[in-house]
Write a protein that binds this ligand. Sequence first.
Ligand SMILES: C[S@@+](CC[C@H](N)C(=O)[O-])C[C@H]1O[C@@H](n2cnc3c(N)ncnc32)[C@H](O)[C@@H]1O
Length: 338
Amino acid sequence: MAGPEDDRLAVDLLIRGFQVSRTIRLVADLGIADRIAPDGKSSVADLAAASGVLAEPLLRAIRALAAFGIFRVDAGGMACHTPRSLLLRSDAPDSLHPSARFWTAAGSWRAWEALDAALHGRNPHQAAWGTSRFDYLRSHPDEARIFDAFMANFPDDRHAAIATAYDFTGVRLIADIGGGNGETLRRILALYPAAKGIVFDRADVVAAIPPEALAGGRITPRGGSFFDGVPAGANLYLLVRVLHDWPDEDATRILRSCRSGMAAEARLLVVEGLIEPDPSRGRPTEYLTDMQMMAMFGTARERTEAEFGRLLDEAGFALTRAVPTGSAVTILEAAPAP
Ligand SMILES: C[S@@+](CC[C@H](N)C(=O)[O-])C[C@H]1O[C@@H](n2cnc3c(N)ncnc32)[C@H](O)[C@@H]1O
């Protein structure tokens, strides 16, 4: 049974969580997990030489992670994989490599440092960087591409879960609004060969999608802002983890943009992690995502199903049903209100 000393250790480790997270990014940025063969061993000296860094600090970083079961390293400086470090390989199924590089990347990291701003009604990211999150990403393409890859490989594995949880039979054209690099569409189109898709996102995001990721031409990339309008004529619209980036008034504007591009028989799927008001019943990661929204966007946040229902109502939609998925996200299906 856990006693007070276990609790003390557990809380101490939580308090020091940023040290673990930052050290994971240190080795992920160097691709160390990819440099060690899944069933092989590498000397830290060789890993350091191949990465162009000093061996001694790299050994200390790998040793610290090994204390958490991420890599194994012996006293002679030979490193090998563990089940946990294998998850950091970029070729692992549902790899955590993009996640490892994302959370403590400069943009996010410095915004978290300014978190107090949110307690006074200000936007921490804006306070830290003097610019909004998405403008920051536009002017920091390296971080923006890490963000896009992270969204496509998010640990909740939402894209595959959406494709299998909802019946897309008969859907001809799907417009994925704020669709990032198109991962949701790729997963859906792989299961529904007759469907086509439009991935609509910021111009720099869609311009970075390689042609081979466009499902043999079945996905059309379109750049633009959903505040100015969305492509018309699709019979299904997706907003996957988009509305949580915005406060209510902006979220309503995005929904209204979708509404005005939609025919009466078209449907909208809002896909989000619904926040459970009682945290003892919710997933810890959802509350952390809510805090990430606070750090990046100030008043943007995770919402309950009832809160999404109210937003939809205000924007001229009727919530028709909620479809759970095998992931942390729920699909909220909405129809244009008559
Ligand atoms: C949290 S990400 C979700 C990406 C993707 N739907 C997914 O679930 O992986 C939000 C997306 O909204 C896009 N976005 C932000 N502002 C936008 C705008 N004004 N117009 C279109 N897309 C925008 C971002 O570039 C980003 O790809």
